[in-house]
Design a protein around this ligand. Structure first.
Ligand code: PEP
Ligand code: MG
Length: 325
């Protein structure tokens, strides 16, 4: 850690004109909270819980889920922790195959689809989340939500699990905020409907770019086409920001896009006020935030919206980053 970046640890993620930005971290393992706290994270904006599965040779029990979540939330000492339910399948399969061989796994039985069809897998996780919520500020969100019915099913299951816990007299909280990942264009285009029932949104730009541009995020042959700064992706993000403002629903961005300081400035200009980034990117992004005013970022966003290609956007953003940061 360079001395200059280390100084930033204690300073808030605030723009020059005094706008406070929530800057949270994305984690995969409980031990990462140490790095998050060392680097001054405001909370955990994305806890990718599928790594509980991928890192072990058996399916984790409710108790193992619970131990992991309660460790994270206790170590974060009151800061919000957003637990994302299992996002298994496609790029995150490991040896616990629950789906058959698929020709197009990214369009297949992955993520919330897989969880909703394997309740023996999903229920213990939801029980553990509600139990751990007695120990701190836990929120839950569902990945890859495409239709409102999927969201309703997942939320109903969460309610049923809470009733079970209540009947069995097991300590838990049933009133935690429930959100969704916005990472499928279909969800963006119908977001008004979700906004009435969802407590918060988190945009997953990794999958949103993949599904918008029809580019497999893990395919090296088309890696050059996979750009979260593509004008089509930016228009979808704009739409999400508008709807989250209109319905007063918190919105964050947890895809890799927000960990790129130049793209982070663009997101601020588009109205985003909460970014969640890998722990090792926290200070770099905070430095960029603390170097600009919102008016400058809005200027950037205005200009970017006139550009035609991801490459032009990124070149322009790098120029601005060099000016300001
Ligand atoms: C995303 O899709 O942007 C995201 C944050 O989730 P993941 O990378 O785990 O699919
Ligand atoms: Mg995703």
């Amino acid at each position: 850690l360079s001395a200059r970046l280390a100084q930033l640890r204690e300073l808030p993620a605030e723009t020059v004109d005094g706008t406070r930005i929530q800057l949270s971290a994305n984690i995969e393992f409980p031990h990462e909270t140490t790095t998050c706290l060392q680097r001054g994270a405001d909370g955990i904006g994305l806890y990718r819980t599928e790594f509980l599965y991928l890192a072990s040779n058996h399916e984790p029990s409710e108790e193992e889920h619970y131990q992991a979540y309660s460790q994270v939330v206790r170590e974060m000492k009151g800061r919000p922790v957003v637990i994302r339910t299992l996002d298994l399948g496609a790029d995150k399969m490991g040896h616990h195959r629950r789906s058959g061989d698929e020709h197009n796994p990214f369009l297949g039985l992955r993520s919330i689809r897989l969880s909703l069809r394997n309740l023996d897998l999903f229920r213990p996780q939801l029980r553990a989340v509600l139990r751990a919520a007695t120990e701190g500020d836990i929120r839950v969100m569902f990945p890859l939500i495409t239709t409102i019915n999927e969201y309703r099913q997942a939320r109903m299951l969460l309610n049923l699990v809470a009733e079970d816990l209540k009947e069995a007299d097991i300590p838990h909280r049933s009133d935690i905020p429930v959100g969704m990942m916005v990472e499928v264009p279909a969800a963006v285009m119908t977001l008004e409907r979700f906004a009435e029932e969802v407590d918060f949104f988190s945009i997953g730009t990794n999958d949103l770019a993949q599904y918008t541009l029809a580019v497999d995020r893990s395919n090296e042959y088309v890696a050059d086409l996979y750009q979260s700064s593509d004008p089509a992706v930016l228009r979808l993000i704009n739409r999400c920001v508008d709807i989250s403002d209109q319905f007063d629903r918190p919105l964050s961005i947890c895809g890799e896009m927000s960990s790129n300081p130049a793209r982070a400035l663009l997101l601020l200009g588009m109205g985003v006020r909460h970014l969640s980034v890998p722990p090792l990117s926290l200070l770099r992004v905070k430095k960029a935030i603390r170097s600009v005013t919102i008016a400058q970022c809005q200027e950037i966003a205005k200009r970017v919206m006139q550009l035609e290609a991801a490459r032009d956007v990124d070149l322009y953003l790098l120029d601005r980053l060099a000016d300001y940061v």
